[in-house]
Design a binder for this molecule. Structure first.
Ligand code: G
Ligand code: G
Ligand code: MN
Ligand code: NA
Length: 249
């Protein structure tokens, strides 16, 4: 309850900020950054795992999510100076996605920031596809018409049936880091199966949570085209991400 009260003022008090974690391709080049929300409250960093559910319960995730989208797109404008084709990945809560103004909100932000739609990747979880498939697919395709890409985050941890997966009209799947952690034993066949399935269903695959050279090497052997994780970089403050991209090129 206390955190809930404090959260109400977090945006006005400028306690919220975004950090950015790179995603690299098979040549090690940075292709995108994922924006991750941080809350600095009374000398502590509160994890999104704690405060996102509170924002979802109160419905304020819609307003905060819209702020995140705008901040991330402003950062993208800066990143594009010198890297015109770099992409920005933004996490979208289920509540935010289901909001009636979601599609217009996204369109508005990319128009205002003059961002080519294909540079914005929205990360959603499998759970959005569990109900009202027609409505969900309609929203997704309306934004895809503007070029916006959709990624399924934490793939493999939800409850999606194979038929739901087959009908997801999305662009990328991010294999959950739990499978990458176990890639040296059982995880490998899962990663291979996801890779095979993705070829048929036309998803591009991102491995998340890559922490070691062994994992990176095994994922490369599986033909995984994109990777993210502490092995490459932790999430960085805005200025550090800008410097990191500058140094990497
Ligand atoms: O960055 P970190 O590992 O602390 O993130 C923990 C969880 O919070 C992850 O599941 C991540 O997707 C989620 N998260 C981080 N930033 C955002 C955000 O801006 N919006 C939403 N909806 N979720 C976020
Ligand atoms: O659910 P989502 O994938 O959006 O979660 C992103 C979160 O995962 C970020 O908060 C980030 O801090 C965390 N993360 C990113 N890379 C790694 C990694 O290599 N290992 C671990 N344990 N966490 C990671
Ligand atoms: Mn994510
Ligand atoms: Na994830």
């Amino acid at each position: 309850i206390m955190l809930n009260e404090a959260l109400k003022c977090a945006l006005e008090r400028q306690e919220l900020r975004l950090v950015y974690q790179p995603i690299v391709d098979s040549a090690g080049q940075i292709v995108s950054f994922e924006a991750l929300l941080r809350w600095h409250y009374q000398d502590q960093e509160i994890s999104p795992v704690e405060f996102i559910p509170l924002l979802e319960q109160s419905g304020r995730i819609v307003e905060i999510g819209s702020w995140v989208l705008e901040e991330a797109c402003k950062m993208l404008v800066t990143l594009r100076q010198g890297h015109a084709e770099i992409c920005m990945c933004v996490n979208i809560s289920l509540i935010q996605f289901y909001d009636k103004d979601f599609v217009n909100n996204v369109k508005q932000v990319i128009e205002q920031q003059a961002i080519p739609g294909h540079l914005l990747h929205l990360e959603v979880t499998e759970s959005i596809f569990q109900s009202e498939q027609m409505q969900v697919n309609h929203k997704v395709s309306q934004l895809q018409k503007c070029g916006v890409k959709f990624s399924v985050d934490d793939f493999g941890t939800g409850y999606s049936s194979l038929s739901v997966i087959q009908n997801m009209n999305i662009d990328y799947i991010k294999i959950d880091r739990s499978f990458i952690q176990h890639i040296e034993n059982k995880g490998l066949s899962i990663v291979q199966a996801v890779m095979d399935m993705s070829k048929t269903l036309n998803f591009r695959v991102i491995a998340e949570g890559v922490e070691t050279e062994t994992q990176r090497h095994m994922l490369e052997q599986c033909g995984i085209p994109y990777m993210q994780g502490y092995f490459f970089s932790r999430p960085m403050e805005r200025q550090d991400a800008l410097a990191y991209l500058g140094d990497a090129s």
